[in-house]
Write a protein that binds this ligand. Sequence first.
Ligand code: SF4
Length: 262
Amino acid sequence: MEGIIFNIQHYSIHDGPGIRTSVFFKGCPMNCWWCHNPESQNPLIEEFYKSNSTAKVKEKQIIGKKTTVDELYNEIIKDRIFYNESGGGVTFTGGEPLMQSEFLISILKKCKENGIHTALDTSGFSSENIFNSIIDLVDLFLYDIKFIDEYLHKKYTGVSNKQIIKNLKILSESKKEVFIRIPIIPKITETKENIKQIIDFLKEINILKNICLLAYHKISESKYERFNMNYKLKGIKPPSKERLNEIREYFSKAGFNVTIGG
Ligand code: SF4
């Protein structure tokens, strides 16, 4: 079985505990305005041409490559010694890994059989069947929540959040370890109302206590230009430290454990 990935990052320390290998799956059903990996959204292998100002030629860049479960596993186990020493493992991210569910299930099984800690960084956007079939294979979920309001979710991500919310409720009943990740995008997700709605919703699911606030940054802006894509957040500045601390306080006061960053 083959899957399509677009990057493998070794020695990653922001996608779960310890030292990890992050595997980036290609393809995402969403289209978030702030996406840091816009080249991940199309599920197919793509060719881009970037101008090389020195040589005055266009340089071809291929995003995505096919890989088998065994090839990917062999790449993941290279760092086994670091996982063992640091309490790390592998994190599947993207894009949205659940979009390649069969491939994801196969590689998760292989990692589990060999005792490697598995984390899944997901938007939660998938059918209930698929979601149920991966729960037991994942040790830690990094689960994104962007909006509770469906209209805003559709506006800024392109899809409804109904299934995302349903899957999170299923996950909460599974007693798995979950970190809720909230992108803090000024004037979009960081509004007082949205933060309050997220807090109220999470309080209902009272076992999910770990929150990560992911501050918007502009590092990926140049990618949009490079890949000839429209960047909708031009002019938006990253949130200030004060605002991040304020939001952290709202969550802390409501009884959550909050970290800023991955
Ligand atoms: S869910 Fe993640 S990968 Fe998909 S578009 Fe949104 S930010 Fe990008």
